[in-house]
Design a protein around this ligand. Structure first.
Ligand code: PA5
Length: 401
């Protein structure tokens, strides 16, 4: 019997795992978990400035922002980190008006080294305060124009490895250096990623979980095309943004059979979005999955005091309750209400606490999940051809202005 086909067949778990293991030899982010951080920590110790301003966009900032936003109020940090990402003139002015530029280290991050947002903001900053080897650090690819600029001006630079894509670069110098400089424990970050890496590649719990989830998302993608991440901590707002970029830019692609693929990421925050987007989830079209992210231990004893408010006595049952208990009970109530509906796929990730290892584990798991989904969808997770056309049009308009 002869058999031919022109479709992409479902891949077996064994084949899928072999493909990912093979990909690991070429795609650099998988192996960042085992890198030596000595150089980053040594450099971090030399930084005297109180303010650190990262200039970059997309994968060059979102991961760092996610980790910093999650941890900044819970860790004893010696420096403040700011991000200049947008060409919005009001935003640029507003941000720098709060920063003592004379006491600032500018960290210019761009893998390509020629991103218009990054270079234009850097030029503006350079016009306000001379950026030189005393107050500037560059993180870029070794052969980029930006690195050439750094070398010519004696500015210290660190490398973004060629095989680590922007949105997968948070655990390279891109994220680790600024985070080490402000005082976060980057070895603990890597420890969090190692746990996930080892469990996945040794076919432990992580492997089961990522494979199952990726299979569900991709097999049911025409029904449940929208993946809502419902994070029950405002401190995870940066994580949500990072997830939206990772998922959107990696999975929105044309596959090898020229079919359009994609899963639509949405990031919302609990309990705030219980008073907003949740209505759409509950009564809207059944095209969404929901992943609730909870924080087990907020390391906070902040509680609702026993205060009597005349006329509001019926709410006195909340008196004495810790806010961390309240927010987690709110998450549980939402989960139960969704499960009761019986037709909304919902899973729950509970991270241990507000720590480097917890946030890093969560992010690394999402990177793995993205890679596995991409394999199942027969697409390349690591390029972004769809954003190029706009860049070319802009360049030509700017050159002919
Ligand atoms: O994930 C990506 O590759 C992109 O989002 C980039 O990070 C973004 O375009 C910024 O690029 P660069 O780091 O080259 O300035």
């Amino acid at each position: 019997m002869n058999y031919q086909h022109n479709f992409n067949p479902t891949i077996s778990d064994t084949h899928l795992f072999d493909e990912i293991t093979k990909e690991k030899e070429e795609i650099g982010y998988y192996n960042l978990v085992h890198q030596d951080t000595t150089e980053f920590k040594a450099y971090a110790k030399t930084v005297k400035q109180k303010n650190i301003v990262v200039i970059g966009i997309g994968g060059s900032t979102l991961g760092t922002y996610a980790i910093y936003k999650f941890l900044k109020h819970s860790k004893p940090l010696f420096k403040k980190l700011y991000f200049l990402e947008t060409t919005d003139p009001i935003d640029i002015k507003a941000k720098i008006s709060n920063i003592d530029l004379e006491d600032t280290l500018f960290v210019v991050i761009s893998k390509s080294g020629t991103t218009i947002e990054t270079v234009s903001i850097f030029k503006y900053i350079h016009s306000l305060v001379k950026c030189d080897k005393n107050n500037t650090l560059v993180i870029t690819e070794s052969d980029s124009k930006l690195n050439e600029y750094a070398q010519t001006n004696g500015i210290k630079s660190f490398e973004v490895p060629k095989n680590v894509g922007g949105r997968f670069s948070v655990f390279s110098a891109v994220g680790l250096l600024p985070l080490a400089i402000v005082g976060l424990n980057i070895d603990e970050l890597l420890r969090g990623t190692q746990e996930i890496h080892d469990s996945f590649f040794n076919k432990g719990v992580e492997y089961e979980r990522v494979f199952q989830k990726a299979r569900f998302f991709t097999e049911y993608k025409s029904v449940f095309n929208i993946n809502v991440v419902f994070s029950y901590s405002s401190r995870l707002e940066g994580f949500n943004k990072w997830y939206v970029q990772l998922w959107g830019e990696s999975l929105g692609k044309i596959d090898i059979k020229k079919t359009r693929q994609g899963l639509t990421p949405i990031g919302i925050i609990g309990p705030i979005d219980q008073h907003s987007f949740l209505q759409l989830v509950v009564e809207g079209r059944r095209d969404k999955t929901v992943t609730v992210v909870k924080v087990n231990d907020f390391h906070s004893k902040l509680a609702i005091p026993h205060v009597k408010l005349e006329g509001l006595e019926e709410l006195d049952y909340i008196d004495g309750l810790e806010f961390s208990t309240l927010i987690n009970m709110q998450a549980d109530a939402t989960i139960e209400s969704l499960n009761n509906l019986g037709d909304i796929p919902c899973d729950v990730i509970t991270i241990d606490g507000v720590s480097e290892s917890s946030i890093a584990s969560l992010m690394y798991e999402y990177e793995l999940l993205t890679s596995v989904c991409a394999k199942l969808m027969y697409i390349n997770a690591y390029d972004q051809p769809g954003v190029e056309a706009g860049k070319i049009i802009l360049k030509s308009k700017l050159k002919n202005k």
